[in-house]
Design a protein around this ligand. Structure first.
Ligand code: SF4
Length: 453
């Protein structure tokens, strides 16, 4: 297996919710397809008279609730996740509204309702498959098959790993990473920073600016969420809860239960923003976008952390996310929610421990404890909406992260018997053995029992 070469900015991406695999990935696919279409020879483009888009697997099962039509449509029209306005998807709520696609020399009319939710069970290599076809009558004149592989990452048929620079400290596992730290006498955040510079060619200053932007978007999602009341979009009619929770926490001066209420409020806030289709940071996915921002906000506003400490903590959290992605998955469609909220909680626990100045071993232990106690967590969003159980699950993930930090930083390190590599291996095995219906299909678990009520 090759070493980790994922960039921090691939893992922690900015884009519209509610689901990185169902919104950010499809938005990118729409954008990419139109870009390729415009590069076709003029005579091919001029022949085109229709567009066919088919969504398969989990995208079909839960795409309606996740806003996949809106995401694809916005991508076709040239919007990109990291640069679009936070509320861009709201422009595409009406499935029947026609939009004009500019093929350079030809305009195609298309409306989101034309996107086809095709088979949930299918023969393609990834659950979240999309087929885009440009047609002339019944003839397909250009086609591309895309895979939204989780966390907003997009692949396509024939995709090849792009050439990254070689990491300064190559590692595939936590054991190898630890070995580098020891023999090179380097701290975790420095190692991740040096790897990032080697992989992406970015300077330290550029990376720090990028991290600051990520922190800013995380904070913005919390701030907007704790101020916004009302009901979330979709047929469930789910009440936003962050404001109420925050008000109670404030009344209790963020002390005792008020402290935990604040952690809950911040996670609910960012998750409710995500459920509204507003921009969040995939940390590591949109579905789990409330966990790390909650702990970041708590650390900054209640524990007085400095910007530098928050940046360093985020680099440590990224290391955990890389290892989970590399050796298991961060996709609910592949391994269930243990790969989304579970990984987010492990990252948040590491973030907290590292930012608080804990030694490396405590950071690893905190991540391991948080990961271990999410093993087996299924993905069963009710009605295909990233609301129940997702929003409260983010609050639980944030509180568990805080608790994992407390356990790891309080008890003697020698008590720790499980290392992070073993917890990640268990997550991969559990995800592999998990019934497919518990992987973001909304056909089982809470999604099913709620329908039966
Ligand atoms: S249950 Fe978890 S993995 Fe599934 S959509 Fe919700 S947050 Fe994502």
């Amino acid at each position: 297996m090759p070493p980790v070469t994922t960039s921090i900015f691939e893992l922690l991406k900015i884009g519209p919710g509610p689901s990185s695999s169902h919104t950010i990935g499809p938005m990118k696919a729409g954008y990419d397809f139109m870009k390729l279409v415009r590069e076709l020879p003029e005579e091919t483009r001029l022949k085109a008279d229709s567009l066919e888009i088919r969504l398969f697997g989990s995208l079909s099962a839960t795409g309606e609730g996740h806003g996949t039509r809106r995401a694809v449509m916005s991508g076709l029209l040239g919007y990109q996740p990291d640069t679009c306005q936070p509320t861009v998807l709201a422009e595409f709520n009406d499935n029947d509204k026609q939009f004009e696609l500019n093929l350079e020399g030809k305009i195609l009319k298309y409306h989101p309702g034309e996107i086809i939710f095709d088979a949930v069970k299918h023969k393609y290599p990834h659950s979240n498959t999309m087929i885009f076809r440009l047609k002339s009558g019944e003839d397909i004149i250009f086609e591309r098959m895309y895979f939204s592989v989780g966390g907003g990452f997009l692949r396509w048929q024939g995709w090849k790993e792009p050439k990254h620079g070689k990491p300064a400290y190559p590692y595939k596992t936590m054991a190898e990473l630890k070995n580098h730290l020891k023999i090179n006498d380097i701290r975790l955040h420095q190692l991740i920073l040096e790897n990032e510079m080697a992989i992406t060619g970015m300077t330290e200053d550029e990376i720090n600016k990028g991290l600051d932007h990520i922190i800013e978007v995380m904070e913005r999602s919390v701030l907007l969420g704790i101020k916004t009341e009302g009901v979330l979009p979709g047929p469930i009619g789910l009440q936003r809860k962050a404001t109420v929770m925050y008000t109670k926490a404030k009344k209790e001066q963020f002390q005792g239960p008020g402290f935990l209420k604040a952690i809950n409020a911040y996670a609910l806030a960012a998750s409710e923003e995500n459920a509204s289709g507003h921009c969040v940071v995939t940390a590591p996915t949109c579905g789990a976008a409330g966990v790390i921002p909650s702990i970041v906000f708590m650390l900054k506003y209640h524990m007085g952390a400095l910007p530098e400490e928050i940046r360093q903590g985020l680099l440590a959290a990224a290391a955990i996310g890389f290892l989970c992605k590399h050796n298991a998955s961060i996709s609910g469609a592949e391994v269930g929610c243990q790969g989304e909220v579970g990984v987010a909680s492990a990252m948040a626990a590491a973030f907290l421990a590292y930012s608080r100045g804990c030694r490396f071993q405590i950071t690893e232990n905190a991540a391991e404890i948080a990961m271990e106690h999410h093993l087996g967590l299924t993905c069963d969003p009710v009605g295909g909406y990233v609301q129940i159980p997702c929003i409260e699950r983010n609050a639980m993930g944030a509180v568990k992260a805080y608790n994992a930090y407390l356990i790891a930083s309080t008890l003697d390190e020698s008590y720790q018997k499980v290392d992070l590599d073993k917890a990640i291996a268990a997550m991969a095995q559990t995800g592999h053995d998990m019934s497919r219906k518990y992987k973001e299909t909304s056909l089982a678990g809470l999604a099913q029992s709620m329908t039966e009520c």
